[in-house]
Design a protein around this ligand. Structure first.
Ligand code: GLN
Length: 304
C-alpha cells in the first residue's frame, strides 16, 4: 500500500523551504499581490480518501486550469461539432501566442491555449442563457460546493491589461471563428479564469476526468470517450510549450494556470492538485512541477 500522506508531507516540507521558487505572474496586476511562499497539495484517490499538506485549503486564482472545465461543459453541450472550430494538436508555443492562429486561418491549435479557450467561451455563450452563472453552477455541481465563486477584482484586472487576449479574439473574429462580440466573449473568459478555488476543491472538480466522467456524488458529467479526449488534450497540450517536459518528468495528464496551480490525474487511480505561485520561464508553477515529479517517482506510478 502506498502511503500517500507520508509522500505529500515530504513534498510539502521540501517545497515550503525551497529557495528557488520561480516568479509570480505580474502581467495580471492583481495576481502580483499573492504571497510566493505558499505551497499546497491535495490528493484524492479512487476510494475518495483524501490526503493533503501545506496550504491545500487556501483559495487561489485557477486561471488556465478553468479551460478544462469550460471544455468539459462545451463538449457536453455541442459534442463533436466543437472540433470544427478548434484543432487538437499541441502548439509548441506559449499560451498567448498569436502567429500560428494567423497561419492556420483562425482555427486555434487546441482548446487549452488562450485562442482555443476563447473559442470554447464563445460556444458556451451561444449555448447558454446566462453563461457566467451557468458555467459557475457547472463547476459548483462538479465539486458539490456552492461556495466557489469568481474573483471580480482579478477578472477586472485582467480585462484592463488583456491586450494579447483582445488581439487573439479580434483575429478569431476576423476569420469568422467568433460568433459573439469580442467584449462579451472576453468578459466571460476573464471571469472563468478568475475562479477562486483551493487544491482540495480542484481535485473534486477534476474527479470525473479520472473516473470515467462520474463525479464523487455519482453523477455522470462526461461520456467515457469525452473523458479520454480531455485527458489526451491535457497530456499533449496542458502545459503549452512545456507539455513534453511535463510528460517526461511527471507522466500524467494535467493542466496548469498562471495563478500557480496545477491539477494532474492518474486515470482510475487518483487526482492531485498543487499550488505554488512562483512560475518558471514557460509560465508553469516551478515548485508544482517539481512536487508532481517527486510524487510519480516516489509512488512509481504514472500513465506509462
Ligand atoms: N487568464 C490568463 C490569460 O489569458 C490565463 C493564462 C494561463 O493561466 N496560462 O492570460
Amino acid at each position: 500500500m502506498i502511503d500517500y500522506q507520508e509522500i505529500l508531507d515530504g513534498i510539502a516540507s521540501n517545497c515550503l523551504t525551497a529557495t528557488e521558487k520561480g516568479k509570480i505572474a505580474t502581467y495580471i496586476p492583481e495576481l502580483s499581490k499573492v504571497d510566493d511562499s505558499k505551497f499546497g497539495i491535495h490528493l484524492v484517490d479512487n476510494s475518495k480518501n483524501n490526503y493533503s499538506a501545506g496550504d491545500s485549503d487556501e483559495l487561489f486564482s485557477i486561471q488556465s486550469i478553468s479551460k478544462v472545465l469550460s471544455l468539459g461543459q462545451a463538449m457536453s453541450l455541442v459534442g463533436e461539432d466543437l472540433w470544427k472550430r478548434v484543432d487538437v494538436e499541441p502548439s509548441g508555443d506559449p499560451f498567448n501566442h498569436l502567429s500560428l492562429l494567423e497561419m492556420e486561418n483562425g482555427i486555434p491549435r487546441n482548446p487549452l491555449i488562450n485562442a482555443g479557450a476563447i473559442v470554447v467561451a464563445d460556444i458556451l455563450i451561444s449555448n447558454l442563457e446566462n453563461p457566467k452563472l451557468e458555467f459557475l453552477n457547472y463547476v459548483r455541481e462538479l465539486t458539490n460546493d456552492n461556495s466557489i465563486n469568481f474573483d471580480i477584482e482579478v477578472a477586472k484586472s485582467e480585462k484592463e491589461t488583456g491586450y494579447r487576449n483582445y488581439a487573439a479574439a479580434n483575429l478569431l473574429k476576423s476569420y469568422g471563428n467568433l460568433k459573439n462580440d469580442v467584449e462579451t466573449v472576453l468578459d466571460f473568459y476573464f471571469h472563468q479564469c478568475s475562479l477562486k478555488m483551493s487544491c482540495s476543491q480542484l481535485t473534486k472538480a477534476f474527479y470525473p476526468f479520472m473516473n470515467k466522467g462520474v463525479c464523487q456524488q455519482g453523477k455522470t458529467f462526461l461520456t467515457v470517450r469525452q473523458e479520454k479526449r480531455i485527458n489526451a488534450l491535457m497530456l499533449t497540450c496542458g502545459f503549452y510549450d512545456e507539455a513534453g517536459e511535463f510528460a517526461f518528468e511527471v507522466g500524467l495528464p494535467g493542466k496548469s494556470g498562471v495563478g500557480g496551480g496545477i491539477v494532474a490525474l492518474l486515470p482510475g487511480k487518483y487526482c492531485v492538485a498543487t499550488w505554488a505561485p512562483g512560475l518558471n520561464a514557460k509560465g508553469n508553477s516551478k515548485l508544482g512541477m517539481e512536487a508532481l515529479e517527486k510524487l510519480t517517482t516516489a509512488t512509481a506510478q504514472s500513465i506509462f
